[in-house]
Design a protein around this ligand. Structure first.
Ligand SMILES: [Zn+2]
Length: 301
């Protein structure tokens, strides 16, 4: 948890950001979000672009007609007040913004759970879901809950660097590290979803090394894929009850090959991720569809 910057330092840092990026960069203009927003980093303000998951929680100027309004926004202290209220949860003085965001993310994950259960992808009390709260914390399902019948109480906050629970009395899933390692590695990952579907379980047992998905139009559901001719490589890791050891194998594979769109654990299930909960739900849906297609191909072939 960081402390709020004093007013003079905030004004000076904001002016330096405007100098570096141009005033236009942080102006919201009727319905069009600003190219950059200003986010309170650990020690200083940072300007983050739209591809950064923190962008939507950052500070931007609601542009009026005249340019002088921007200077007035800073000089009057209004910018500083906006900064304090937007970062209330980080500074521990109000927490309204943080609580709202946490509830919204929990609601989105509850809905994802209901959808996945209706499709048979989260049987019994298996699987776990998480979403990033900020650069240091993520929201994760509590251990042992049924994912088709979650409530917004069935989540806890965990520290991304250690995986430890930040909510007394709530125990995170044994697989927490498989979530936090992804948040720690890639700042643009905002959600990680893990499912235990039948096709993922069966195919992972039939595949050595990595599953290559080729020739599927639906591969285009993933960022950066624009043709059915692309191959999606889904690594398969041996199951392991020693989660740190499994996480180390995942890290080593990503270090060597880059971030895949998801991976399988043998006889166990699927992990996939994305910038937002919605994106990640779509990735689960696309991968589950592709895995089902592969399984059918093998049955008829
Ligand atoms: Zn699992």
């Amino acid at each position: 948890m960081s402390d709020a910057l004093p007013r003079e330092l905030f004004d000076a840092q904001l002016r330096a950001i405007l100098e570096a990026h141009g005033a236009e960069a942080i102006m919201d203009r009727s319905g069009r979000p600003a190219a950059m927003s200003v986010f309170a980093g650990e020690h200083a303000l940072e300007a983050v672009g739209q591809d950064d998951p923190r962008h939507r929680y950052g500070l931007a100027f609601e542009a009026g007609e005249d340019e002088g309004a921007l200077e007035a926004w800073i000089a009057s202290g209004e910018a500083y007040d906006d900064y304090l209220s937007m970062n209330a949860c980080r500074f521990g003085c109000g927490a309204t913004e943080g609580v709202t965001m946490q509830t919204e993310l929990a609601e989105a994950l509850v809905e994802a759970g209901r959808f996945f259960f209706s499709r048979g992808w989260v049987p019994a009390t298996s699987s776990n879901f998480s979403a990033r709260l900020d650069e240091a914390r993520a929201l994760l399902t509590v251990s042992g809950r049924h994912k088709g019948r979650l409530t917004t109480d069935d989540f806890l906050r965990v520290a991304i660097d250690s995986g430890f629970s930040l909510d007394a009395g709530k125990r995170p899933s044994a697989e927490t590290l498989l979530h936090t390692q992804l948040y720690a590695r890639a700042p643009n990952i905002g959600c990680v979803l893990h499912t235990h579907s039948m096709p993922a379980t069966v195919l992972s047992r039939l595949t050595e090394g990595a599953l290559e998905l080729e020739g599927y139009e639906l591969a285009k559901a993933f960022p950066g894929v624009d043709s059915h001719e692309s191959t999606l490589t889904i690594p398969v890791f041996a199951n392991d009850q020693d989660i740190p050891r499994l996480a180390a194998r995942v890290d080593a594979w990503i270090d060597a090959n880059g971030l895949p769109v998801g991976y399988l654990i043998e006889g166990h299930g699927l992990y996939t991720w994305g910038a937002t909960v919605d994106d990640t739900v779509r990735h689960v849906e696309a991968l589950e569809f592709l895995l089902e297609c592969e399984l059918w191909l093998r049955r008829v072939g």
